[in-house]
Design a protein around this ligand. Structure first.
Ligand code: HEC
Length: 104
């Protein structure tokens, strides 16, 4: 247990000192890519401009809210935080930013 706590705090320090883009990518790779890399179950594919254009049109706040709280859309079901309840709201926000930036 003590060892786990130590690993946890080292990770927290590593995360807070790296930049937003790197954090967003890391969260995306570990928690979101399973669905969003290939477009599984109706998930908008990262890099597919057409799939994101209308979504981005709702505004970043709405996108982030949907990613954090989850939502049922026409294409499928986006689970809250992709099903990773351990992610902070900021981590989800950074992942959304990374996804949108790479889908323009
Ligand atoms: C189990 C599969 C799955 C995982 C994992 C997943 N998503 Fe999704 N996501 C979806 C699906 C399906 C949709 C499309 C829902 C619709 O519009 O019908 C979606 C839609 C979205 C949208 C668009 C919301 C909107 O308003 O149009 C965002 C942003 C998003 N996901 C972010 C994330 C982030 C960030 C993660 C990782 C933390 C993640 N997703 C993980 C399935 C997933």
């Amino acid at each position: 247990m003590r060892k786990l706590l130590f690993v946890g705090s080292v990770m927290a320090i590593a995360l807070s000192s790296s930049n937003v883009i790197a954090d967003g990518k890391a969260t995306y790779d570990s928690s979101c890519a399973a669905c969003h890399a290939a477009g599984v179950a109706g998930a908008p594919k990262v890099g597919d401009n057409g799939a994101w254009k209308d979504r981005v049109g709702q505004g970043m706040d709405k996108l982030v809210e949907h990613a954090i709280k989850g939502y049922q859309g026409k294409a499928g079901y986006m689970p809250p935080k992709g099903g990773f309840a351990n992610l902070s709201d900021d981590q989800v926000k950074e992942a959304v930013t990374y996804m949108v930036d790479n889908s323009k």
